[in-house]
Design a protein around this ligand. Sequence first.
Ligand SMILES: C/C=C/C(=O)SCCNC(=O)CCNC(=O)[C@H](O)C(C)(C)COP(=O)(O)OP(=O)(O)OC[C@H]1O[C@@H](n2cnc3c(N)ncnc32)[C@H](O)[C@@H]1OP(=O)(O)O
Ligand SMILES: NC(=O)C1=CN([C@@H]2O[C@H](COP(=O)(O)OP(=O)(O)OC[C@H]3O[C@@H](n4cnc5c(N)ncnc54)[C@H](OP(=O)(O)O)[C@@H]3O)[C@@H](O)[C@H]2O)C=CC1
Length: 447
Amino acid sequence: MTVKDILDAIQSKDATSADFAALPLPDSYRAITVHKDETEMFAGLETRDKDPRKSIHLDEVPVPELGPGEALVAVMASSVNYNSVWTSIFEPLSTFGFLERYGRTNELAKRHDLPYHIIGSDLAGVVLRTGPGVNAWKPGDEVVAHCLSVEMESSDGHNDTMLDPEQRIWGFETNFGGLAEIALVKSNQLMPKPAHLSWEEAAAPGLVNSTAYRQLVSRNGAGMKQGDNVLIWGASGGLGSYATQFALAGGANPICVVSSEQKADICRSMGAESIIDRSAEGYRFWKDETTQDPKEWKRFGKRIRELTGGEDIDIVFEHPGRETFGASVFVTRKGGTITTCASTSGYMHEYDNRYLWMSLKRIIGSHFANYREAWEANRLIAKGKIHPTLSKVYSLEDTGQAAHDVHRNAHQGKVGVLCLAPEEGLGVRDEDMRAKHIDAINRFRNV
Ligand SMILES: C/C=C/C(=O)SCCNC(=O)CCNC(=O)[C@H](O)C(C)(C)COP(=O)(O)OP(=O)(O)OC[C@H]1O[C@@H](n2cnc3c(N)ncnc32)[C@H](O)[C@@H]1OP(=O)(O)O
Ligand SMILES: NC(=O)C1=CN([C@@H]2O[C@H](COP(=O)(O)OP(=O)(O)OC[C@H]3O[C@@H](n4cnc5c(N)ncnc54)[C@H](OP(=O)(O)O)[C@@H]3O)[C@@H](O)[C@H]2O)C=CC1
């Protein structure tokens, strides 16, 4: 039995759940990995010079044992997230430390502590097997998977699963991720695949869409409301392209920051009207490595006021981190919110705290999403209210190049990867709905 037989079953129109359950599993499958014995390969290099094409491998790996509450999924497509860039350049930490720590927790978790890390935190595919105790899903179900892995043995996570002390990001802090032909997930990561999308389109939103939903819309994040002025950094990037859509769909006013006219055009085509091209306008929030320039914060704030008719920002959607955080705190209105989920340009932030406390602003830390939030975000995709922002699709063999593009900010929106899917465009089950939304679905393609 090989993965080819699995693909044949997926592509045959009449395979039943029983047929999938009866398919023998292959011994091995192809997966994107980084190697434990290479974690020092970029020592001494600047972050931007660490090249994911050198550390990312395509290996044949054994199929992991299936545990209680888990599912093995045949992965048709996945996507590149920035966390896979971090893994591939071994920053800020090697992810093998996460796998070792997880492996120490119990006998079954030991499976994750391997000399290779199969990465990837998104997938669209078909359930092959479910472990003991799984009722909600069965072989043959067409699914997407969100990336929240939780144990839920402690009381801490029972109001909000993100607060579970054993909360991990699948394919980053666990092994057997989605950039592979087969993935191992907990069954409570599974959600129905949106029927009007192809495999690669369905795999694209998951991680960033769920994160943007919690960070911006959910009561656990900024709780955006109609009319809010929302400053969105990287508004045509992975997170930002969903934050922009949530702001527009929720009746807010996105102020989109981008770094090129081409990206400005994408934001306009989504319906945004207030756009700042940070490259063209040349903001330099830091005079040198250690000194910020409040005059530049003010110039930026003045530009925002021009775009809003004199209003300041209710919510900043933050993720660039060190480079922008001082400006983000400054331009937020009295009582406003800065919500942050990352620090791409550096995690040691500096801001003038007088502008925070005197103006009663709040900084909210946000990280991925709980199952309910991920489900709601996926539901909005399935209902055609929010659309995938897939720009380009790579083969599994070219994942290193895809990650390199994202690392160098040479991409738009989301970058997809075909895993078992032999070509793009397969897996669409609702052509009528697709036809209704086709322009929005294709908005980011090949720009
Ligand atoms: C969905 C997608 C998401 C993304 O893309 S996010 C972007 C990518 N992710 C990242 O860049 C984050 C990567 N992760 C990290 O950098 C690290 O993961 C953290 C900084 C988040 C945490 O560092 P760590 O070393 O794992 O944990 P510690 O808490 O710094 O160290 C553990 C030791 O510190 C002790 N400790 C913790 N809290 C306290 C406290 N409040 N007072 C005293 N000690 C404390 C513990 O007990 C333990 O100790 P003992 O090492 O001896 O076991
Ligand atoms: N905690 C969590 O749950 C999550 C965290 N993340 C993290 O968020 C970060 C962004 O992820 P994602 O959106 O997918 O990445 P992308 O690279 O797809 O998009 C980020 C965009 O931010 C802008 N940007 C990058 N650097 C800077 C800078 N120094 N100053 C201003 N703008 C900048 C760029 O847009 P432009 O050039 O047009 O301005 C870029 O396209 C990553 O660090 C990732 O690890 C992501 C998802 C979930």
